[in-house]
Design a protein around this ligand. Structure first.
Ligand code: SF4
Ligand code: SF4
Length: 75
């Protein structure tokens, strides 16, 4: 069974880091440099293959930046 993967729409990301803090397996890092709207900052990205597809990051994001994508059964 394939797991779901978080996909980020950085346009609305405010670089708060809540998603990285919410990840139970430390699979997210605030490491991606870039610009989003008026923000030029660090954005989250998957930094390793630990992601278990739990969706905690997507639920934690206050800006609804993250959606879970894939063929898994879990959401
Ligand atoms: S889906 Fe779960 S394991 Fe994967 S990055 Fe988000 S919080 Fe971490
Ligand atoms: S929780 Fe959402 S807004 Fe905050 S850094 Fe993560 S993706 Fe960006």
């Amino acid at each position: 069974m394939k797991k779901k993967t978080p996909v980020f729409d950085y346009l609305d990301c405010v670089s708060c880091g809540i998603c990285a803090q919410a990840c139970p397996v430390s699979a997210l890092g605030m490491k991606k440099e870039g610009k989003s709207g008026k923000y030029r900052n660090l954005f989250p990205e998957l930094v390793n293959d630990r992601c278990i597809g739990c969706g905690a990051c997507a639920r934690a994001c206050p800006m609804e930046v993250i959606r879970m994508e894939g063929d898994g059964d879990e959401s």
